[in-house]
Design a protein around this ligand. Structure first.
Ligand code: PGA
Length: 251
């Protein structure tokens, strides 16, 4: 069974409203003929609704970069799953390395957010990845196993059909140091094995696993050619329509 192919752009804390709308219009203009490829953009929260309004009925889906796991309450500064969905978001990014390492999110937090996403009909794109020091100490496999297993705790086989995992080695994010296609493929294969052990071969074979970390128009072809790389999660190079489109349109 062919897997979904997903090209996602994480805009992080960039873009004014005007710039965000210009960017998504530029991406929309180049995505009419991309066949079955799926495109997802993650604008900053205040722009989710206006961006989603522009994307309705198009090939682009919208996601939120973060949310809290509680339904509602006295949580100043947080955004609830219901708000995310009401804004028109189909996806939620969970466990991005900047959330884990700048804002102290734990595997337990990630798991609660995944559960909250499913309760609210939002599809989680779960980010995992090792630190440079963990890779150097040979701990990559163990770190990925812990992150994936904890994130998916309590997720049913049926819900797994809506899960996307993004492998983003922390040392490759925003640094210009991209993992080699072979390194990434090996990590993706490992992630698929972890999922297979819990959910079986069919679920593992169908799971879209994206690579993220300094993906650019000039390195996408090598990554995308790998058997276990089903798409990419792009930060910096998704901030310009031209470079994001060059990535989306990789041969
Ligand atoms: P980058 O970011 O492409 O700028 O390295 C990737 C990400 O953080 O998802």
């Amino acid at each position: 069974m062919p897997r979904r192919e997903i090209f996602a752009g994480n805009w992080k804390m960039y873009k004014t409203l005007h710039e965000a709308l210009d960017l998504v219009k530029g991406v929309l203009a180049g995505t009419s003929d991309i066949g079955g490829r799926e495109v997802v953009v993650f604008p900053p929260s205040p722009w989710a609704k206006p961006v989603a309004d522009l994307c309705r009925g198009t090939k682009i889906s919208v996601g939120a970069q973060n949310m809290y796991f509680e339904r509602e309450g006295a949580f100043t500064g947080e955004v609830s799953p219901l708000m995310v969905r009401d804004a028109g978001c189909r996806f939620i990014l969970v466990g991005h390395s900047e959330r884990r390492h700048v804002f102290g999110e734990t595997d337990d937090n990630v798991n609660k957010k995944v559960a909250a996403a499913f309760q609210n009909d939002i599809e989680p794109m779960i980010c995992v990845g090792e630190l440079l020091e963990e890779r150097e100490r040979g701990l990559t496999g163990a770190v990925l196993k812990r992150q994936v297993e904890k994130a998916l705790d309590g997720v049913s086989g049926d819900q797994m059909k809506k899960v996307v995992i993004a492998y983003e080695p922390v040392w490759a994010i925003g640094t210009g140091k991209v993992a080699t296609p072979e390194m990434a493929d090996e990590a993706h294969r490992h992630i698929r094995r972890i999922v297979k052990d819990r959910y079986g071969a069919g679920t593992a074979a169908a799971l879209p696993v994206l690579y993220g970390g300094s993906v650019k128009p000039d390195n996408i072809a090598g990554l995308y050619a790998m058997e276990n790389i089903d798409g990419v999660l792009v930060g910096g190079a998704s901030l310009k329509a031209d470079s994001f489109l060059d990535i989306i349109r990789v041969k």
